[in-house]
Design a protein around this ligand. Structure first.
Ligand SMILES: Cc1cc2nc3c(=O)[nH]c(=O)nc-3n(C[C@H](O)[C@H](O)[C@H](O)COP(=O)(O)OP(=O)(O)OC[C@H]3O[C@@H](n4cnc5c(N)ncnc54)[C@H](O)[C@@H]3O)c2cc1C
Length: 472
């Protein structure tokens, strides 16, 4: 079928809104990455039946389908040439005891608002704040500044309902035929072949799927390639009564990361880092020579931990505060790191979206920084660094003097093989998407990659679900 026929033909088959005008297609051709892919049509399903009909149509005509939430993904995951499914109408939130049942199109901001009224919150908190959706967070296995204590989305996903490429509704965890096949493909003893880190969004997280009771986790981080998430059950946590934030300054980023393993021993909820490219945008007086800041937060037994923290932090303490207004202000600085880093890039320079999300074991962060130092001395580039030091997950963005995709590809290969040899992952929370899918096999090797292929084949034999992502 011609691209131009997809919209009109699909609208004859469904009752929900289908758009294929140029303005809509152009706006859905972008997300928060630098990629541009123009789709053929955008569908706005209102319920499960709509999704089923669309998938049956797409399956019959072999048209790619890409689900989309808030479009805040950083790797082009929500971009595709065929039909984009905008899941905004899947917006229900039902609170239970320690769980919340949500539609996949619910925005994080709305989820937070409803949970807050009940004294609860959802652990993973991407810095993009309210603008991402539950579907997108599950799709990328998103994390955030407090994932150190509360885990990534995969750790908080209790149940899920998806529509498969053939238009079947499937729920996990359940002892159904597909779950049995998933477990058979995964087999046993595969954990050894996955990096020993606390955050990982590379490939399918088959290392977390060990029994019928946790088969829902196969969908976390699957980037719309295994099924369209319609709803999910998520774990909720009681809001802490008090938090304390300690900001410490350092002369170098290496000094700051050296403190991280010690501080982890006293149980912080968050340990975040920003380098001087971000620090210089902060409108607060900082000690002379402050080139890097560490954000350390506690949300239980705060007094004792506050005192202990002061002993293990080798930098200069800028502030220790439990004032919610001040804490919010500091987090605004931290959460603006991506936009500050773009402000720190000149018009001639080009920032990488390929290398930006590596995770290594925390005690090996200094090796990651050595690797970066080696690359900056070898190639014409500098780096901007910020991220989740407590999880060993640094957003190190190479900034090249001018656009040169061949050079960037070369640097990426060297960087990724360095990260893997340190025992890390090429992506801790943003996923593979158009940026990194071709490196998934490099990360895991042929044996695990062939299991990924079999999983993809099982859920999506015709390869219509977000093709070109994860398994290529
Ligand atoms: C300024 C900024 C800061 C960020 N900070 C963080 C951070 O701290 N931590 C972090 O983890 N990420 C961060 N991100 C990345 C991004 O916000 C997250 O990945 C987020 O989870 C994406 O959600 P979304 O709804 O925008 O998803 P989208 O971008 O729309 O989609 C992301 C992926 O999920 C899939 N998907 C979406 N909905 C569904 C569905 N219903 N069914 C199946 N698959 C689906 C898509 O196909 C795509 O592959 C940041 C992004 C920005 C721009």
């Amino acid at each position: 079928m011609l691209q131009s026929q997809i919209g009109p033909r699909l609208s004859e088959k469904t009752t929900c809104k289908i758009s294929w005008d140029d303005i809509t297609l152009n706006s859905y051709s972008m997300d928060a990455s630098s990629y541009i892919v123009k789709p053929a049509a955008v569908a706005f399903p209102r319920n499960e039946k709509d999704v089923i009909k669309i998938l049956k149509f797409a399956s019959r005509h072999k048209i790619p389908v890409t689900p989309r939430g808030g479009g805040t993904g950083l790797v082009g995951g929500a971009l595709g040439r065929g039909i984009i499914l905008d899941m905004r109408h899947f917006n229900t939130v039902r609170i239970g005891h320690g769980v919340v049942q949500v539609g996949s199109g619910v925005f994080k901001g709305e989820l937070d608002r409803v949970l807050r009224k009940h004294g609860k919150f959802f652990g993973p908190n991407p810095s993009v704040g309210p603008f991402c959706t539950v579907g997108g967070m599950i799709g990328t296995n998103a994390s955030g500044s407090h994932s150190l204590k509360y885990g990534s989305t995969i750790d908080n996903l209790i149940g899920i309902k998806i529509v498969t490429s053939k238009g079947n509704l499937v729920s996990f965890p359940k002892s159904n035929a597909i779950a049995k096949k998933v477990l058979k493909i995964i087999g046993s003893d595969i954990q050894k072949q996955f990096p020993r880190i606390t955050k990982n969004s590379c490939g399918y997280r088959i290392d977390k799927v060990t029994a019928n009771s946790n088969t829902q986790k196969i969908i976390a981080g699957s980037e719309g390639t295994l099924g369209i998430i319609v709803s999910a059950r998520l774990k909720t946590i009681s809001l802490p009564r008090r938090t304390v934030l300690i900001i410490t300054s350092y002369r170098t980023i290496k000094e700051a990361v050296a403190d991280a393993p010690r501080i982890l021993k006293i149980g912080p909820s968050s340990v975040e880092i920003i380098d001087r490219n971000i620090v210089r945008h902060i409108k607060t007086r900082l000690p002379r020579g402050a080139k890097c800041l560490l954000f350390v937060e506690f949300d239980d037994s705060v007094t004792k931990k506050k005192i202990k923290a002061k002993h293990v932090l080798s930098g200069r303490i800028v502030t220790v505060t439990s004032d919610p207004r001040q804490i919010r202000q500091w987090w605004t600085y931290r959460n603006s790191a991506l936009s500050y880093s773009l402000k720190s890039t000149s018009k001639q320079e080009t920032a990488s979206s390929l290398i930006e999300d590596a995770t290594v074991p925390v005690h090996r962060l200094s090796l990651l920084l050595d690797l970066v130092e080696h690359l900056t001395s070898k190639y014409p580039m500098r780096v901007i660094t910020y991220g989740h030091a407590g999880n060993g997950n640094l957003h190190i963005r190479p900034i090249l003097k001018k656009k040169d995709s061949r050079l960037l590809g070369k640097i990426a290969q060297e960087f990724f093989s360095g990260v893997i040899s340190i025992g890390g992952s090429i992506t801790g929370e943003h996923g593979d998407g158009l940026a990194r899918s071709k490196f998934v096999k490099v990360q895991y090797g042929s044996e695990i990659y062939s299991k990924f292929r079999k999983i993809k084949q099982l859920f999506d034999p015709a390869n219509i679900l977000n093709p070109g992502k994860i398994v290529i």
